[in-house]
Design a protein around this ligand. Structure first.
Ligand SMILES: [Zn+2]
Ligand SMILES: [Zn+2]
Length: 321
């Protein structure tokens, strides 16, 4: 048998269930889960901001061991792609027309076990323990894809200093960029955390940065930050929206977009992003800050994340029960 925290309907707390062990299909692995990070997307699933089939077991930052062989693997958000749509055929499998997403359209990692398509699992760098590695699998990976889309600029703003930003700040700083962190107004603890990770400045999101930004990445699910960030981006700069869901974006003057500024979103990941990012993370080396919770305290962890009370990343550890 396996245990899992299951979402029955949006807005309801996750519920501990026992089920028979899942049977891996062709090309799939049965994985004993050692750790599973909690991502903001899990909150959007639990709260019904995005909707998939129910019931579902959330969680898509899975580190575990393959039953039988003991090989350590990571399971990310991109669970499977079709392999033949126009996006899959042009190295943009992140945009696949018929994908499976771990913890959203197939059961994920808030559990003792899961199955995953072997072709979409990653080897985890040896330098990382199971818990430290978990946040790399989405917060880190999506952050990395966001950074690539932000371009090469030296002055980078990060709006929302949670799991993704705390990883990305370390990478951007190691590349010689000046990283300016924006937190919830008055969150001096998060600002101090950002400065401790090499950020050049840290302020509330309503404040101006100390210099114009070449690019800004928005991880907070707050649409009002889009025109806010745009006002601080120089000509030719980009505002990259890194989350899967945001509140509505308020209207803003065209003059703020003028000058070849652009706004774009980042969707999902490709396997190439994952391999590239995990290699870079180990080389920097990125250190993740984690707070662990046993599986049966997943609801408490989600509440803390919703309230902005998690420094770094929250990680569920089934073995802690
Ligand atoms: Zn496809
Ligand atoms: Zn995620």
């Amino acid at each position: 048998m396996m245990r899992a925290m299951q979402l029955d309907r949006p807005g309801a707390p996750l519920r501990m269930v026992e089920r028979p062990l899942p049977v891996p299909g062709p090309g799939e692995l049965l994985i004993e889960i050692a750790a599973c990070g909690i991502c903001r997307t899990d909150l959007h699933v639990a709260d019904g901001d995005i909707n998939g089939p129910l019931p579902i077991i959330p969680g898509h930052e899975i580190v575990g061991r393959v039953a039988g062989t003991g090989a350590r693997v990571g399971v990310p958000w991109l669970g499977r792609t079709c392999g033949h749509c126009p996006y899959c055929r042009t190295a943009r499998e992140n945009l696949c027309d018929d994908p499976l997403f771990t913890g959203f359209t197939r059961d994920g990692g808030f559990a003792t076990h899961c199955v995953a398509d072997a072709r979409f699992c990653f080897p985890i760098p040896d330098a990382y323990g199971d818990v430290e590695a978990a946040p790399l699998l989405c917060a880190g990976l999506i952050g990395w894809r966001s950074l690539k889309l932000a371009g090469e600029g030296e002055s980078l703003g990060l709006y929302g200093f949670g799991a993704a930003a705390h990883i990305l700040a370390q990478i951007a700083a190691s590349q010689g960029r000046r990283v300016h962190a924006f937190t919830r107004p008055g969150d001096t603890k998060a600002q101090a955390f950002a400065l401790s990770l090499g950020c050049a400045s840290a302020q509330g999101s309503e404040e101006a940065p100390p210099e114009p930004l070449d690019a800004a990445i928005i991880f907070a699910p707050v649409g009002a930050l889009v025109p806010e960030a745009l006002r601080h981006v120089r000509k030719g700069g980009r505002v990259v929206c890194g989350g899967i869901h945001m509140s509505d974006i308020p209207a803003f003057p065209y003059a703020d977009l003028w000058g070849e500024r652009s706004i774009l979103s980042v969707a999902n990941l490709t396997r190439a992003d994952g391999a590239e990012f995990l290699d870079i993370a180990a080389k920097v080396p990125v250190k993740t800050q984690t707070t662990t919770f046993p599986l049966d305290r997943a609801n408490e962890a989600l509440d803390l994340l919703r309230a902005g009370k998690i420094e770094g990343a929250a990680v569920l550890v089934p073995g802690e029960d």
